[in-house]
Design a protein around this ligand. Structure first.
Ligand SMILES: O=C[C@H](O)COP(=O)(O)O
Length: 389
């Protein structure tokens, strides 16, 4: 299951996000940067207020290069009784020294190393945190003025980050100016939690106050636990991972078409030997018939995002060389039809560098008797393989 982390400044904001159903209440001073540490009084106050009803984490700033200062700060926050302590590590800092300074604390407290998607790290950076006994790894953004997480890391690379963290036995979190449409794009990679601040605030400004309505909207997009008896035979984890958010379903409303046009990607494709070893441009056009769930679509629950189609194509292309365009379009159609709300899909893929214009294939695929199979009223949930259960 993917949890929702909400970053708050104080008890007043903690009350709002607790009420809205956030799973992890995270203390932070957003005015002090991405990992700005909140005043210790606020941390203690929130720990006392939450009183074990939810998990509490606190940011402890970014490692400045002074191992003794880092350790002292982490110990101070640990003594306040939080469940997790988040520490930012920039690649320009002596990460190994910071990790070493915390190795002993990591045996007693759940430490989360926060990396930043707008910086580049050594390939095996996760290994040192895992070896030192850190509990989790998180990907966030450092400079909030320079875009969201997915502006720095394309969606097809997110699953690799999450999977690598899980291979290391780490709890994995994702954040970075995440907005509502990012949620169904990130859930398929099964992070253990998604973290938010800006999207929960008035005017989407992370330095403003938390807004109850905005928080509730984000909460509603992240599936919670669903007792198995409410939806027998339905794989809720799978549905949620595919970004399936049922609303008040009305199958008599019919379908709408969503489409992606002229989506051009470099693709390793072709049966000829000269086509191996280098990518060639392929243009994708996709139209999907999507079951309507309301007459009044207002939020992400009501739609199937075209982002999911593009993310899926990127992921399929990223798997490596395919000989045939037919394979590519079949895989794309199958991926799109995994979403229970898609009743029919037309996929066209054209190689753009082989002929005078495009050469390729177009297919149409339908969901067989989807009406009897689609549990339109379930609330989906995921199981992220989190450390410790
Ligand atoms: O830990 C999560 C962060 O507080 C996310 O903040 P943000 O959504 O403003 O980037």
């Amino acid at each position: 299951m993917t949890l929702m982390l909400a970053s708050v400044q104080d008890r007043k904001e903690a009350e709002i996000v607790l009420q809205a159903g956030a799973d992890i209440i995270d203390l932070k001073d957003p005015a002090r940067g991405a990992l700005g540490s909140a005043d210790i009084r606020h941390i203690k106050d929130v720990v006392a207020f939450v009183a074990g009803k939810r998990l509490v984490s606190a940011a402890c700033g970014e490692f400045s290069g002074d191992p003794a200062a880092l350790r002292a700060k982490v110990e101070e926050i640990a003594a306040a009784g939080v469940d997790f302590i988040k520490i930012g590590f920039l690649p320009s800092s002596p990460i190994a020294a910071g990790v070493e300074a915390l190795a002993d604390v990591a045996g007693r407290k759940k430490l989360i190393a926060v990396l930043f998607a707008d910086h580049r790290y050594e390939e095996d950076v996760m290994t040192s945190f895992a070896k030192a006994g850190f509990y989790g790894i998180m990907l966030d953004t450092d400079d909030k003025s320079k875009g969201r997480l997915l502006d720095h890391m394309t969606p097809d690379h997110i699953p690799d980050f999450v999977a690598e963290g899980h291979r290391h036995g780490l709890m994995v979190g994702l954040a970075g100016s995440l907005e509502a449409p990012d949620i169904p794009r990130l859930l398929p990679s099964k992070p253990d939690y998604l973290g938010f601040r800006g999207a929960l605030c008035e005017g989407m400004s992370r330095n403003a106050d938390i807004d109850a309505e905005a928080t509730a909207k984000i909460r509603a997009l992240i599936p919670g636990e669903q007792p198995a008896e409410k939806s027998p035979g339905v794989d809720l984890n799978l549905l949620a991972a595919r970004g399936y958010f049922p609303g008040s379903a009305d199958e008599d409303l019919g379908t709408d078409q969503i489409f992606v046009r002229d989506f051009v990607l470099p693709v390793h494709i072709g049966a000829y030997s000269f086509e191996h070893g280098k990518p060639q441009k392929v243009r994708f056009d996709v139209t999907a018939d999507v079951l309507r769930v309301t007459r009044d679509p207002k939020d992400m629950h009501h739609i199937v995002s075209y982002d999911l189609i593009m993310d899926g194509i990127r992921a399929i292309v990223g798997r490596g060389h395919v000989d045939l365009v037919e394979t590519l379009v079949e895989q794309t159609a199958a991926f799109i039809l995994e979403n229970p709300r898609v009743a029919r899909v037309v996929v066209r893929a054209e190689k753009l560098e082989l002929g005078p214009g495009g050469v390729g294939v177009q297919i149409e695929r339908k969901r067989d008797s989807y009406r009897s199979q689609v549990p339109l009223r379930v609330v989906a949930s995921t199981d992220g393989g989190r450390k410790g259960g």
